[in-house]
Each structure stands twice: as structure tokens, then as C-alpha cells.
Design a protein around this ligand. Structure first.
Ligand code: ACO
Length: 428
């Protein structure tokens, strides 16, 4: 007999089916709860609420496991490339040689953005945060491709939007950096691979082409792979919920970019470096900052530490920590901020406050140090995360559309004023 959950309320028993995932994750399906009992569940931050069944990414926060479509993050990080991982996430299977070539070719074909879009950059102030610029421009892509308005227009139309998004996001991102510098933009070079092309658009100047270092391009590709998806996080849930209204894919992705921007999510990579810099400039005393993080009267949190789901270790952080050492060694960079990061990590991992709360370094603790070593300015760190996360957002959106999910619309428990009569202005 299949498992069920019983719920007793005011003497009445309600029975709900238990659903089981392919990795034995279990959930109580309460979709009929309100219809049967008139009650809803209350779960701020959705800490216990599964919003969907999904076949894209599996993670076990207790065991520190992360896999995309069944392939472990460790194996993909070692053997795959970002575009292959993008294909895997979006299509569900690893591509064969022809499929991968055709996918690469389709991305390569669309790397240019409409020349009119270039003018948008001139309207942004030079100090505009590149995440704000990127979100606006990705949203505005929908106005250049009106056929994308209908997310149910058919597979070819959806595929074309997907190619355009993956192809154009590095161009838009690099141009937002050029805009911040008030430098001329650099056009894509389609003979280069994805990461190389991004680097040359970021760092080439009219008088000199950027010399691509394979160590740097590979490190960037690795970071993109590690960020490519992370199941129902804040930004992926945002993409799904916006898309569930049948808004177009560009707009849904733009919403994901906005959600990612916050320091509790993707913005943490920028916040980590700023925190490490502050500690360095303040004399490098990590204990002082650990004490601040533990003090409940101090809003300071150890950025890059803790995770909603990982309560053991973040497998991506392990891979990044090693990559960070490799990249800095290969480039011959001695970054004092890396020493502070290592000291801080070692001290936190021995401190009962962090141990008891199972707070470990997350993916963003070391990623910023790599970005810095390869010359990416701090304000661009979250943009780098957005480029990496794009295939995951697309895969989440596609799954939501293909499985015909209903519009996302949570309930609430109202705690405001009871019904009362309007009082005329002169009587208040
Ligand atoms: N520094 C100090 N204390 C922390 C930290 C931290 N970084 N993270 C959590 N805590 C403490 C909380 O104060 C709380 O303590 P309490 O039980 O005494 O009240 C306890 O640990 C649990 O924390 P919550 O905020 O309830 O955990 P939640 O799952 O809601 O938050 C989050 C997870 C947002 C990631 C949190 O750990 C945090 O703010 N970390 C710093 C920001 C960060 O690095 N974000 C990136 C996340 S990864 C990503 O999005 C790519």
C-alpha cells in the first residue's frame, strides 16, 4: 500500500498521499488540503515547502551531494564544458558530438546584439550597477523579438529564444562593464569558445587585443559550470513564478537576474570580497569579525558562509577552493585577501557558533578571489554568476512550461485590520 499522511484537525482526519522522488526524497502532497479542510499551510521562506517536482538538479544538503540530471558536479567540473552542461540541463541528456556542434553553432550565430541596443548603454550613468543594466537589457530583448512573447509558440521558437539568450548574455554583460568604464564596446569573436569570447569582450581595447590565457578561460568555464543550476533557489523560483503567468522567457530571466542580485543570494560573491577587504584594511583580525557575526545585536553576517540547504558542506566550495589555489599559482598572484579568507574559514570551522549551526563556506566564499585574480571588477561578480546560472533558469522555466504548471500564487494568513468604515478626511 502506498504511504499516506494523516492530519487530524478539530477531530476530523484528512489523508494525503506521500510522493517519493527518484532519490527517495519524500513529500506530503497537500494540494487538496484547502479544498477539503479550509486550512492552508504557513511556511515563511518556504523552508519546508516543495514548490514542484523536478527532474533537473538533485541536491542533498546533509551529505553535500549536487548533481545535474544525475551527473555529479565533481565529474562535470572535471570532464565537461559549460556549453555541454548547458545542453545537459536544458535538454535532459548529454549531447552526442553532432548535437553539441549544432548547439555551439546555434549559440555562435547569435552572439551579436542589435546595434540599437548599444544606444541603451549610453543612457545609463557610468556608475550604474551592471546587474541593473543586465536585467534591463535582457528584459528589453523581448521587444526586439516580439515572436518570443508567446511561450507556447512551439519548440523551434522557444529554442531560438534559448540560443539568443545564452549567446547574447556575455555580450550584454561585457558591454555593461565597458559602459562603466566609458570605453568603446568590443564585438564578439565567434571563432573563440564561450569563456574566451567573454574575456576578450571584457578586456580587449581598440589599441590591443586581450591575450587569452587558457588557465583563465578554463577557470571561468569551471565557475560557470559550478553555478549552472541549483534547483528551487530564490532566483530559479522567481523565474518559474514569473514564467507561470505565461510571461515571455526574456522577462522571466530578467526577473531571475533581479532576484540573484541580493547579497543573501548571488550578490554574496561581491559582498565576500568587500568583507575580506574590510578585514584586511582593519588590520586582518579575523576573530573580531567572527565575534561581530556571532553578535545578535550586530547586523553583520559572515558573507559566503551558511546555506539554506547545505548543512554539511557545499561541494562547489570544495572544487572552487582548489581552483582558486591553482589559478593564483598559475598566474603567480599572491593575494593577501586569500590568506584572510583561509584564516577566517579555519577559525569559523572551529567555532561552536558556526559548528552548531552547521555554517560552512558556500560557493561564493572563494569564487570572488578567482574573479579578482583574472581581472573581473568586483561589481561584475554577480553578473558572472548570472551568466553561469542562465542555463539552469532556462531549464527550470522549460520544465515548468512543458509540465503545464499552474500560475504560482501562494496564499496568506491575513493579520490586518478587520472591516471598518471609511472616515472622511476632515474627521480624522
Ligand atoms: N553569519 C552569521 N550567522 C549566520 C550566518 C552567517 N553567514 N548564516 C546564518 N547564520 C545564523 C543565523 O543568525 C541563525 O542563527 P540563530 O539560529 O541563532 O537565529 C542561524 O545561523 C540560521 O540562519 P538562517 O538565516 O535562519 O538560515 P537561512 O537558511 O534562512 O539563511 C543564508 C541562509 C541566507 C544563506 C544565510 O546563511 C546567510 O545570510 N549567509 C550569508 C550570505 C551568503 O553567503 N549568501 C549566499 C548563499 S549561497 C547562494 O545563494 C549562491
Amino acid at each position: 500500500m502506498s504511504e499516506t499522511a494523516k492530519f487530524i484537525l478539530n477531530g476530523e482526519t484528512y489523508e494525503f498521499p506521500v510522493t517519493e522522488g527518484s532519490e527517495n526524497e519524500k513529500g506530503i502532497d497537500i494540494s487538496k488540503l484547502r479544498g477539503q479542510s479550509g486550512y492552508v499551510t504557513l511556511d515563511p521562506g518556504y523552508k519546508n515547502t516543495g514548490a514542484t517536482e523536478s527532474g533537473i538538479t538533485f541536491l542533498d544538503g546533509e551529505k553535500g551531494i549536487l548533481s545535474y540530471r544525475g551527473y555529479s558536479i565533481e565529474e562535470l567540473a572535471e570532464k565537461s564544458t559549460f556549453l555541454e552542461v548547458a545542453y545537459l540541463l536544458i535538454e535532459g541528456e548529454l549531447p552526442n558530438k553532432e548535437q553539441l556542434e549544432s548547439f555551439n553553432e546555434n549559440i555562435r550565430k547569435h552572439t551579436l546584439v542589435a546595434e540599437d541596443m548599444r544606444k541603451f548603454y549610453q543612457a545609463f550613468p557610468h556608475h550604474a550597477h551592471p546587474m541593473g543594466v543586465l536585467g534591463s537589457l535582457v528584459n528589453s530583448l523581448s521587444s526586439f523579438y516580439p515572436e518570443s512573447q508567446d511561450p507556447n509558440r512551439g519548440e523551434d521558437a522557444v529554442d531560438l529564444t534559448i540560443y539568443r539568450l545564452i549567446a547574447k548574455i556575455p555580450t550584454l554583460a561585457a558591454w555593461s562593464h565597458k559602459n562603466a568604464q566609458r570605453h568603446p564596446v568590443v564585438y564578439p569573436k565567434n571563432e573563440l569558445n564561450y569563456s574566451e569570447n567573454f574575456l576578450q569582450m571584457m578586456f580587449s581595447v581598440p589599441s590591443e587585443d586581450y591575450k587569452i590565457d587558457p588557465v583563465v578561460a578554463k577557470a571561468l568555464d569551471l565557475l560557470f559550470i559550478l553555478h549552472a543550476d541549483h534547483e528551487q533557489n530564490c532566483s530559479a523560483s522567481t523565474v518559474r513564478i514569473v514564467g507561470s503567468s505565461q510571461a515571455n522567457l526574456y522577462t522571466s530571466i530578467s526577473a531571475g537576474i533581479s532576484a540573484l542580485w541580493g547579497p543573501l543570494h548571488g550578490g554574496a560573491n561581491q559582498a565576500v570580497i568587500e568583507m575580506l577587504e574590510d578585514i584586511k584594511n582593519d588590520g586582518g583580525d579575523v576573530t573580531k569579525y567572527l565575534d561581530k557575526a556571532k553578535d545578535k545585536n550586530d547586523p553583520f553576517r559572515l558573507m559566503g558562509f551558511g546555506h539554506r540547504v547545505y548543512k554539511n558542506f557545499d561541494p562547489r566550495a570544495r572544487i572552487i577552493k582548489k581552483a582558486c589555489d591553482d589559478v593564483l599559482d598559475a598566474l603567480g598572484i599572491d593575494d593577501p585577501v586569500l590568506d584572510i579568507a583561509k584564516k577566517l574559514e579555519a577559525a569559523a570551522l572551529e567555532d561552536p557558533y558556526f559548528v552548531d549551526r552547521k555554517l560552512y563556506p558556500n560557493v561564493d566564499f572563494y569564487s570572488g578571489i578567482i574573479y579578482r585574480a583574472i581581472g573581473i571588477p568586483t561589481e561584475m561578480f554577480t553578473v558572472m554568476f548570472a551568466i553561469g546560472r542562465l542555463p539552469g533558469w532556462i531549464a527550470q522555466w522549460k520544465e515548468m512550461i512543458e509540465t503545464k504548471q499552474p500560475i504560482g500564487r501562494p496564499r496568506q494568513i491575513y493579520t490586518g485590520a478587520n472591516a471598518r468604515n471609511y472616515v472622511e478626511l476632515n474627521k480624522r
